[in-house]
Design a protein around this ligand. Structure first.
Ligand SMILES: [Zn+2]
Length: 507
């Protein structure tokens, strides 16, 4: 009796009338050993910075849910799809190939009206550019020793046969794209006869953002979940069911306040026009979201968020949610950098001058740099790989192509009045397979020093970011100017960096 009770859990399934949208709740008892939990595309990177951070925001919650599922005897499958081959040698991947081969039945034709898709970038006016930089699952996602990493419909079906699974609970990203449509996705497995369920608290839709009409990424996800409930599958609130099953403590603080758009110090949001910032905490309804704009830690007495607000200048937003004095959401941070005015073209090109110091990515012997790998000394009017200078889909005729770290020092002449130029990550990395596996890596800080003192610096620059703009007045009597391209903290991999239209304007 006790054993039988322990071997059963009750799913709280939510679906909707396809026409009226009216919610229907049904309950279904199931042996947890017959249940698979399948996490699709919990990637470490997405071309949209806000989408990336929204995945980041859900990972602590996904970890807790998968842990509870494992403890109940459910089978956990982690499916990184495009980047699955980067898991070659993981037992969770290799054990897939020892499963008996099976034929996948077609039990049902799964169709639905077109799913709403808001376009995939939630950054508003200054839209992110598509690239395929992800190369793995989120580094915070815990991989269980007994988990599986199937990739195709056949592979998932083979796991289901091996483990005698009847139900699949889907978590992951993005709800209406990969989670639904990939070969291991909900549509394919429902068609093969599995009872598929979407965990509506552990997914996020391919996002969009239009603050002018109150459209947020959270609202977008709600609409996509509703579409599933009407046309595709029931959903569960995994937190609530796990709580009823004794595997979740509702007092856990797992969710950061979500920021839209969500630039970070490591991948900031660059803008020219003022940005409308929205803060949300959908898992903490009724909590007070508080925030600061001066870099200080948010506290229960910080300003209360009352609705979207405008950021017009370089700003660091720090936010958390509270009930009274108790913090109920993790602190989160947004980094917004306003681009300066476009500088004039230089009258004297940096590339036409001979630097008094030129150091770069290599080992130095007797004052000479032996450049590493395929990098070389700064290239005049070419990228460091001797291609066109290209930053964010724009070609530049004049400039210097370097690889971080690189410092170039020039003697200042009395007639040099201003240092001007543009700087950015060279976009060559997206020329092959749209940056597959690599586009997340370039990260460069550009800096300008005069007589040993830093006088200007860019935020962290990533591939397909608009070029940063330098326009620096040179004090009378200054002797030496140094331009630096520096790794921004994640290693020098792919740190090809361009200075474009860079040089001096006369007094
Ligand atoms: Zn974006």
């Amino acid at each position: 009796m006790v054993g039988a009770a322990a071997a059963e859990v009750e799913l709280t399934l939510q679906s909707r009338d396809p026409v009226s949208g009216e919610i229907r709740i049904t309950r279904e008892k199931v042996d947890p050993r017959r249940v698979g939990v399948i996490a699709v595309d919990v990637w470490n990177f997405h071309w949209c910075k806000t989408a990336t951070m929204r995945v980041d925001a859900l990972v602590p919650r996904i970890n807790r849910a998968l842990e509870g599922a494992r403890e109940l005897g459910m089978t956990v499958m982690l499916c990184p799809s495009d980047v699955v081959e980067n898991y070659a040698g993981f037992p969770q991947r290799e054990r897939i190939f020892s499963l008996p081969s099976t034929t996948v039945p077609k039990v049902e034709e799964v169709t639905c009206p077109p799913v709403p898709d808001a376009g995939g970038c939630a950054c508003g006016r200054e839209r992110c550019a598509v690239n395929y930089g992800w190369d793995g699952m989120h580094p915070g996602l815990r991989i269980g020793a007994d988990d599986y990493m199937p990739d195709t419909q056949q592979e998932v079906y083979a796991v289901c046969q091996q483990r005698q699974l009847t139900h699949l609970i889907y978590v992951g990203f993005h709800t209406q794209v990969c989670l639904l449509g990939k070969p291991m996705g909900l549509r394919a497995m429902k068609s093969a006869g599995l009872k598929c369920v979407l965990a509506r608290d552990l997914t996020d839709a391919h996002p969009g953002y239009d603050p002018a009409r109150g459209f947020t990424p959270d609202l977008n996800t709600e609409q996509v979940v509703e579409h599933f409930e009407k046309h595709l599958s029931p959903t569960i609130d995994f937190e609530r069911d796990l709580t009823r099953w004794g595997k979740w403590d509702p007092s856990w603080v797992l969710d950061p306040v979500r920021i839209t758009p969500w630039g970070t110090l490591a991948r900031p949001h660059l803008f020219e026009q003022p940005v409308i910032v929205t803060l949300t905490a959908p898992r903490q309804p009724g909590a007070q979201i508080r925030y600061t704009l001066d870099g200080s830690e948010p506290t229960p007495s910080s300003p209360l968020y009352a609705g979207p607000f405008e950021v017009a200048n370089t700003t660091r937003v720090r936010t958390a949610a509270f009930r009274g004095n108790q913090r109920v959401a993790l602190e989160s941070e947004g980094a917004f950098y306003r681009l300066g005015a476009l500088p004039p073209l230089p009258e004297i090109q940096l590339g036409d001058l001979k630097p008094v110091r030129s150091v770069g990515f290599g080992h130095t012997y007797g004052g000479t740099v032996r450049y590493s790998g395929n990098t070389q000394a700064p290239q005049k009017d070419r990228s460091n790989l001797a291609h066109e200078l290209r930053i964010n889909r724009q070609k530049y005729e004049r400039g210097l192509g370097v690889h971080a770290p690189c410092a170039l020092s020039y003697e200042l002449k009395p007639e040099y009045g201003r240092f001007v130029g543009l700087a950015g990550v060279d976009e060559h990395v997206v020329a092959v397979s749209n940056g597959s596996n690599l586009a997340k890596y370039p990260s460069v800080n550009f800096k300008v020093f005069i007589d040993g003192r830093e006088v200007a610096a860019s935020p962290v620059m990533k591939v397909l970011f608009p070029a940063w703009r330098f326009d620096v007045a040179i004090p009378e009597g200054a002797k030496l100017l140094t331009v630096v391209a520096q790794d921004a903290g994640d290693g020098s991999r792919e740190d090809f960096a361009d200075w474009a239209n860079v040089g001096f304007v006369r007094r």
